[in-house]
Design a binder for this molecule. Sequence first.
Ligand code: CTP
Length: 133
Amino acid sequence: MVKRIITYGTFDLFHIGHVRLLKRLRALGDELYVGCATDAFNKMKDKSSIIPFEERVEVLSACRYVDYVFPEENWEQKPSDIEGFGAHVFGIGDDWEGKFDYLSKHCEVIYLSRTDEVSTTQLIQYVQCIPKR
Ligand code: CTP
């Protein structure tokens, strides 16, 4: 039986924290499915990304730890995604600790520790501080 892992995120300005999370998730099973937040979903959350959805999907799909990328369009889709894809484990960084416990009706729920001192927000702040030449 193929053990399928599922996760979700925006994955803007793909960085080392993303790579390490995806690598550890993939190591939990045989296939890693990633729900990538659409630009419209980010807008619903009052967020925006630098890199547009189609390109974030292309970058994620090029990552060796990722087997399949699909759109994350709303908060409610996770139970039906888990059932539809037959995912055995839902995993995500521990900045979401406890927030997805309700999914344990559908599959195992795991929170992984984040990589220290890197985030999309931090990268944007860093780049904004570089003086223009
Ligand atoms: N993640 C991680 N380590 C980091 C940054 C992110 O493990 N240093 C994980 C998150 O916990 C999440 C996934 O990567 O499971 C996608 O996170 P995302 O929100 O897209 O990235 P962030 O860098 O956290 O973005 P932001 O600063 O906009 O919150």
